[in-house]
Ligand binder design. Sequence first.
Ligand code: SF4
Length: 344
Amino acid sequence: MAQTLLALEPAALAEWVTSHGGQAFHAKIIRKEVLERGVLDYGEMTSLPADLRATLKADLPILSSTEATRTVARDKAIKVLLSFPARGGSVEMVHIPPPDKDDTRGATLCISTQVGCPVGCPFCASGLGGLERNLSADEILEQFVIGRSVGPIRRAVVMGMGEPLLNMEALNTALDAVHDEMGLGSRKITVSTVGFPDRLHKAARQKPRFELAISLHTADDTQRDALVPAMKGTSIESILAAGDDWFEQTGREITYEIALLGGENDTPWHAERLAERLNGRRCMVNLIPWNPSPGMSFSRPEAGTPEAFRDDLIARGLVATVRWSRGLDGDAACGQLRQRVKQS
Ligand code: SF4
């Protein structure tokens, strides 16, 4: 397997550069160009000697992935399917510009942590084929770098394909570089998980460099067992207790997410149960109306239902928002692009 730039730690890159006729400080320039500026062509790194640029170009590819497809939605969200020819598999990355075209603060980037997903939520295209493999730290970092090459980024959500808590070591390594070298602070990065309690307790004690969102989806234990099959038998109370522990350890509020499925978990009864569960907890609730996905029997909530659900939660003392997914016409729902390409 060919070595890539992003798979080399800074010290290893300095060694590579010096053993190929460059100076150690050239390694710093290269990482800065790639990580800070999103430059993906050595030819543009004009502060490097020409012969070093040529050597780098010939022997040290920056990325391990190739772009399989790119779709642009009407709202300008760009969805890229990246495939990894050497290690196998493909993942999705979405670059979502701010809704206001005069807003220059940059886009939100959505990245993946696994090829496929072992959790198997029945409403999600990413989990359809199960888990193929974990992404390595450099493959995760690569998505940030490609995202930055598309345009400025102001925040990132780890909400694409895969369950981040099941690949935490690689994610943490990638986020260290994102934080320290790309300048994206921990308040600007949100990791979304289905909330395995033991892993949350552990992660809370590792000085996490991200905000946490837990995909709860429902306050009813039996329904959650069906909606999040890999967590069957894990009580919602134990997940909420892990969330409380996270808040105590980190001092940061959690966001609870509900993918609203028409007629399934979006009724006033569900809103009431959720409010009872979260009562007295410092948290936010994000309601995400489900995106229709080919071959799935769920439906989008009826018009006005998400807002009514939100208002119900607010009336019961919670902080709640409806988040409509962006880029619907670009297959922006989790796992859809990869699924469509696999089927074609
Ligand atoms: S919703 Fe998330 S956790 Fe569930 S199958 Fe899809 S990617 Fe995995």
